[in-house]
Design a protein around this ligand. Structure first.
Ligand code: ZN
Length: 190
């Protein structure tokens, strides 16, 4: 899938909405991304995960791991395509960890997947979960890299779409100046 096809799919499924949004940071943006909107459609989710899995296949991972919530369905679908097991990490008292009896064997090779990455913080935390248990991270896969390619994980990283989402401090927002009504997006991380 090329970037254009990914953007089309994101627009069709409501992942990418354009307007005038107040982000959780308080900044304003003409764009809002909510990857869960596409992951609710199994066929479209499978298309994206399949395309991402294709780029990750040469890394020869033994397993896939993603952070809850955004990485759960994606890890499962990528694991299905790669023919390897898929687990997820989640926060307990604020710390990313493994629960539910999930284990990482020493030397086990993982790819870490996440739906949308901004600073890469959650991905790095999941990488630590793997390495602290003796596993190895061989690569990172993202549906959307919102850093525009600025994140560096120290391992090969692939995204289906690299996007720099503009945002403005309210006094400098061109949309405010044009009088475009401001929307507060419903929930959660983009
Ligand atoms: Zn504004």
């Amino acid at each position: 899938m090329n970037a254009g096809a990914v953007i089309d799919l994101f627009r069709e499924t409501g992942v990418l909405i354009e307007g005038h949004f107040k982000l959780t940071s308080g900044r304003h943006s003409p764009m809002f991304l909510q990857c869960s909107q596409v992951m609710q459609h199994p066929r479209q989710a499978a298309r994206l995960a399949g395309a991402l899995a294709e780029t990750l296949a040469p890394l020869g991972a033994d397993a896939v791991i993603g952070p809850a919530m955004g990485g759960i369905i994606l890890a499962y679908e990528v694991g299905r395509v790669l023919g390897v097991r898929a687990i997820f990490a989640e926060r307990q008292d604020g710390t990313m960890t493994l629960r539910r009896g999930f284990r990482i064997e020493p030397g086990e090779r993982f790819v870490v997947v996440e739906d949308a990455v901004s600073t890469g913080g959650s991905v790095r935390e999941v990488m630590n979960v793997v390495t602290e248990r003796g596993g190895e991270v061989v690569g990172v896969g993202m549906l959307v890299d919102r850093s525009g390619g600025k994140t560096d994980f120290g391992v090969p990283a692939h995204s289906l779409l690299s996007l720099t989402v503009p945002s403005y401090a309210p006094p400098e927002c061109p949309l405010c100046r044009e009088g475009v009504p401001l929307t507060l997006p419903k929930s959660g991380s983009g």
